[in-house]
Write a protein that binds this ligand. Structure first.
Ligand SMILES: [Zn+2]
Length: 354
């Protein structure tokens, strides 16, 4: 099995200790069509992730003026977010290599997920989180037995300190943002959409995007199925960001935006100022003919309540961003009212109750 760098086309033999390209530092990706030798079933660490239900949101669809909206309930994964799909495969690979200590940095959801799968695999995890991450997420990481390192300042500081800790202790840096295994594991989301909706594939998939693992993996999985004729259309993919932190919107539309570490978004799961896989994020949006827009803090909070009070779905603020974004995309005419849309509910409201 091989890792490839989509930035400079370097290809190396898969190695659990290497996640970024030695030539250009871009995060590596498992070479397409190279996954049959990935992990044997017995090597995957599982807590029952995946298989999330898809439900129709009739009242929300009427509210925003779209004929059909489906939600895939990723909040029902074992630790309450879609990250479990990636963690299962990444921790399985790490366990297979006999590694006993790992380090991760996260805004919360990935940290909790990696902590849970590490506990199951008998691996000690050190998780670096922003000091202002929701208390419920930090508590969750701690209860799984991981060592929590709370880092003052913006999310990016957690990554810096985690990398420093890795070099001081010679532990494995198991970053969900750069691990080829994590990205590969997350592909199961899109495959399940195809299995369940198949001939009724949505015209558009709208999701919150910070570092882009779900967006990129969805694009890769759907493209594999599209080029082999297993699906008839490639849904358009949309990356929704907050007005406060919007590097993807800025890059895609060539809009000037400067990161201000003092500005905080309620959508903490997408508070990434510099996504390491930016090239793949832009490719997923452009090649699927999608778009990226940002939404206000007020609209995120408003739609969080709308979904809870009209459809009974309790999601964290990050997950409400695409619902707010859909309203804007319909108003702009980017999405036609006759089209169908799928939105993943990426994380549980219990992670950020207030
Ligand atoms: Zn490279």
């Amino acid at each position: 099995m091989y890792f490839e760098c989509v930035n400079c086309n370097t290809c190396i033999e898969a190695n659990i200790f290497i996640s970024v390209c030695a030539d250009c530092s871009y995060p590596l990706t498992i070479r397409q069509n190279d996954t049959s030798t990935l992990l044997r079933d017995s090597q995957i660490v599982t807590l029952g992730e995946g298989g999330s239900k898809i439900i129709q949101l009739s009242k929300f669809a009427r509210l925003v003026g779209v004929s059909k909206v489906h939600a895939k309930l990723e909040n029902c994964n074992p630790t309450g977010s879609f990250k479990d799909r990636g963690s299962a495969m990444m921790i399985g690979a790490i366990k297979s290599a006999g590694i006993k200590n790992i380090v991760e940095d996260s805004s919360g959801n990935a940290g909790a997920s990696v902590a849970a799968y590490s506990a199951s695999a008998g691996i000690q995890a050190d998780i670096f989180v922003p000091e202002n991450a929701p208390k419920a997420k930090i508590d969750q990481i701690s209860v799984y037995g991981a060592t929590v390192h709370r880092v003052p300042g913006h999310r990016d500081n957690s990554e810096k300190q985690a990398k420093q800790f890795v070099s001081e202790n010679q532990f494995l840096y198991a970053s969900h943002n750069t691990s080829p295994y994590f990205l590969e594991g997350t592909k199961s989301f899109a495959r399940e959409v195809v299995d369940e909706l198949h001939s009724k594939m949505p015209d558009h998939i709208v999701m919150p995007v910070g570092n882009g693992s779900l967006l990129i993996s969805t694009y890769l999985a759907l493209k594999e199925l599209w080029v082999t004729g297993k699906i008839g259309i490639l849904p358009k993919l949309y990356a929704i960001q907050s007005d406060v932190i919007k590097p993807i919107v800025s890059e895609l539309h060539n809009i000037e935006w400067t990161f201000n570490p003092k500005q905080i978004t309620c959508a903490d799961g997408i508070a990434s100022s510099n996504p390491p896989r930016m090239k793949q994020i832009l490719q997923a949006i452009k090649e699927s003919k999608g778009d990226s827009i940002s939404v206000s803090e007020d609209s995120i909070q408003r739609y969080r309540k709308v979904l809870a009070q009209s459809e009974g779905i309790f999601m964290e603020p990050t997950s409400a961003a695409p619902f707010a974004g859909l309203e804007t995309l319909v108003e702009k005419g980017t999405i036609d009212g006759r089209d169908s849309v799928l939105i993943p509910v990426t994380g549980s409201g219990l992670k950020s109750p207030t």
